[in-house]
Design a protein around this ligand. Structure first.
Ligand SMILES: Nc1ncnc2c1ncn2[C@@H]1O[C@H](COP(=O)(O)OP(=O)(O)OP(=O)(O)O)[C@@H](O)[C@H]1O
Ligand SMILES: [Mg+2]
Length: 671
């Protein structure tokens, strides 16, 4: 696509190369498109080498899509060496090279939030999940504000913060001992390194000469500092964002960063885009009218040339089971009538827990679906078992990985030996792996107890040696055979079927490692760090298949689907009751706005009359956001006096009316 096919402000944004630029525009106005085409422009017209360009997006999926889109514009030779990644993987790329400056080795481990929570719960000496989660997110917020444990202790002015700050200090010391970082460290450490080491900063400023940042409104203080430091006084960057789509305040995202840009870069040019290329006028009108209830940071109005479109369908359902059935029936009827494909549909929801019942309903009808933002493939216990070996191979000091690998399957190392090992390591401030090699410890245990531990260590060292020399997939397959993992699964699972499923997942992992290793030229150690990042925001990408997309609203950001079902539009869910209690309704409204603006051609909102909570039926109210949409743009279904859930007017084709009659059997409107 040439520049001619873009609108004038888009063109201006792409051609502006002489300083800092902010593109501030509503959903679907082509912000991401500006970034992809600007990459092409920078290389072809701006004389930039791809190696010197970094485009930063918010999710791995978005990064992949961007690379794909750019790949259609240019060949791989022109794009060689370009960085298209998330903030976290940019941080990881940087730390792999610079970790020694921070006292880390390049093969440091990355702990996911589950493992991090485990350390925090050990420090706090509690297994109370809610407490741990609260302390963990407090620590995370400090990290995102660039405050280390010492600064946190100084700042803490109430009992809760004091406990958190003390925990933070022990937690961080533990991470250092494990040679491990958590997700927040991946961005915080590069910033701290840049602030303390001008030479390293210059090196990276020289390498990444032009930055492009998508979803800028969701950057936190730490990420903003990273951008600011990298661009330095040259200020060669393009940031694109939409203040109405800021939905990560709970993770420290700071909308003030939009204003800060103007302050920190007085030469900042601001371009607005107002034409929406994604949605019909009615969908846009609904989005505009909902978001107009929030105070405005920047004035913008979206319009579209894609025609008025269908009204928004709002469907009242009896309860959550009914809601799932209704959505599936309507989806099928719509698909038959419009001859669409499954992949044209998305089911979006506020929280993961809402998905389960829909999965069941989809499975009952044999409808293929793909989940994003749910439990990741890499979070499955059997996968984490195998990954603990990979982590240990990359970094033998990773104690949580050491324990998990040593005990899955069990290797004949007794609990007493492990305890002795733990206390020796604790006294020495060493990792378990290092302690196992020390004479002082070895003298404490008998030869018979020591032998299996030493075998295990030798096994890991041998794999470590081979990991940088042999293809990842084959090596892992060999390892699995050596530890008898398949047989162990069959022994430890209750049913054969469960073991089969788990073993198949493990085989999928091996296939993935092989494919990914070959495609990216990465060895096992590099892959194990990559996986840690994938687990953060979304699951494994399963490629483009004909399947209904299921996603949380958060994970749907930046994406678009022809037909969207936004479910659970109820008070308590969307807006979430916790946010309502904490005065965060505006953020929930932005989430609603994100949801509405994912839809291209049709949008259906559903809500239930009652819902089961903690075993009891609770009557619930439709979301206030529904009433914020102009009534003329809505068609109600299922409500007393409104149309039945699948209307006869829709069912023009034979098949559709068949589906409709099916549906009327499923639902009995309450009247
Ligand atoms: N000038 C244009 N002509 C035709 N189609 C366009 C144009 N600009 C963008 N589009 C299309 O409009 C859709 C939305 O664009 P894009 O995803 O870049 O918007 P966005 O502003 O990044 O949205 P969001 O805020 O949701 O991230 C895409 O399908 C894109 O290809
Ligand atoms: Mg976008």
């Amino acid at each position: 696509m040439s520049l001619l096919q873009l609108n004038p402000p888009q063109r201006a944004a792409i051609m502006s190369l002489d300083g800092p630029l902010l593109v501030l525009a509503g959903a679907g106005s082509g912000k991401t498109r500006v970034i992809t085409q600007k990459i092409e422009y920078l290389i072809r017209e701006g004389n930039y080498d791809a190696r010197n360009i970094a485009a930063i997006t918010f999710t791995n999926k978005a990064a992949r899509e961007m690379l794909e889109r750019v790949g259609k514009l240019m060949n791989s030779r022109e794009l060689k060496g370009i960085t298209v990644s998330t903030f976290h993987s940019l941080g990881m790329q940087l730390l792999r090279q610079e970790a020694p400056h921070l006292g880390y080795k390049p093969q440091f481990s990355i702990l996911d939030s589950y493992d991090a929570a485990k350390i925090i719960s050990d420090v706090l000496k509690t297994t109370h999940k809610d407490e741990v989660r609260k302390v963990q997110s407090r620590i995370s917020l400090w990290k995102n504000e660039l405050l280390g444990p010492d600064a946190a202790i100084v700042q803490a002015d109430n009992e809760f913060d004091r406990i958190c700050a003390m925990t933070y200090a022990s937690y961080q010391a533990t991470l250092t001992a494990y040679q491990a970082m958590d997700f927040d460290d991946l961005i915080r450490f590069p910033v701290e390194l840049f602030l303390s080491n001008a030479e390293v900063l210059q090196k990276w400023q020289h390498k990444l000469r032009y930055l492009l940042i998508d979803e800028y409104q969701d950057t936190n203080t730490c990420q903003y500092q990273l951008v600011k430091l990298l661009t330095g006084t040259r200020g060669m960057f393009t940031a694109v964002g939409d203040d109405d789509q800021s939905i990560y305040a709970w993770r420290g995202a700071n909308m003030e960063n939009l204003r800060l840009l103007q302050h920190d870069f007085p030469r900042l040019k601001v371009i607005k885009l107002e034409q929406n290329y994604r949605s019909t006028a009615r969908i846009l009108r609904a989005a505009n009218s909902v978001i107009s209830n929030n105070p405005k940071l920047f004035e913008k109005q979206l319009w579209s040339e894609l025609g008025l479109g269908e009204p928004i369908h709002v469907v009242q359902c009896k309860d959550e089971e009914h809601e799932a059935d209704v959505v599936v029936q309507r989806l099928l009827a719509h698909k038959f009538e419009h001859r669409t494909e499954f992949k044209d549909y998305a089911i979006l929801y506020r929280g993961n827990y809402q998905a389960r019942i829909f999965e069941q309903a989809l499975r009952n009808q044999r409808i293929p679906y793909q989940m994003a933002g749910g439990q990741s493939f890499f979070d499955k216990p059997e996968i984490k078992d195998v990954l603990s070996y990979l982590r240990l191979i990359a970094n033998p000091d990773d104690d949580p990985a050491f324990i998990r690998a040593l005990t899955t399957p069990k290797r004949g190392v007794g609990a007493t030996t492990l305890e002795k090992l733990g206390s020796w390591a604790g006294q020495r401030g060493n990792s378990l792996f290092a302690a196992a090699h020390e004479e002082g410890f070895q003298l404490q245990v008998g030869a018979a107890q020591l032998a299996p531990l030493q075998d295990f260590c030798r096994f890991i060292v041998n794999l470590e040696y081979r990991a940088t020399r042999e293809p990842a997939g084959e090596l892992v397959m060999e390892m699995l055979k050596a530890i008898g993992f398949e047989a162990w699964l069959y022994d430890s699972e209750d049913s054969q079927r469960a073991a089969e499923v788990k073993w198949k997942n493990v085989m999928d992992l091996v296939a993935w490692l092989q494919k990914k290793g070959e495609a990216d030229g990465k060895n096992l150690i590099e892959l194990s760090q990559t996986i840690a990042l994938i687990t953060m925001l979304e699951g494994r990408d399963e490629g483009e298949v004909d399947a209904v997309k299921m996603s949380t609203l958060h994970a749907s950001k930046g994406l678009e689907y022809p037909h969207v079902f936004l479910i659970g539009c109820e008070e308590g869910i969307l807006p979430h009751s916790e946010s309502v209690d904490n005065g965060m309704v505006e953020e929930e409204r932005r989430l609603m706005y994100v949801g509405i603006t994912r839809a291209q051609r049709s949008l259906t909102l559903t809500y239930c009359v009652k819902r089961r909570r903690a075993g009891e039926w609770l009557f619930v109210e439709p979301s206030r956001f529904i009433s914020e949409i102009n009534g003329d743009d809505i068609r109600h279904f299922g409500k007393p006096g409104a149309e039945p859930i699948v209307s006869k007017r829709e069912g023009k084709s034979k098949l559709a009316s068949l589906m409709a009659s099916l549906d009327s059997k499923v639902q009995k409107p309450e009247e």
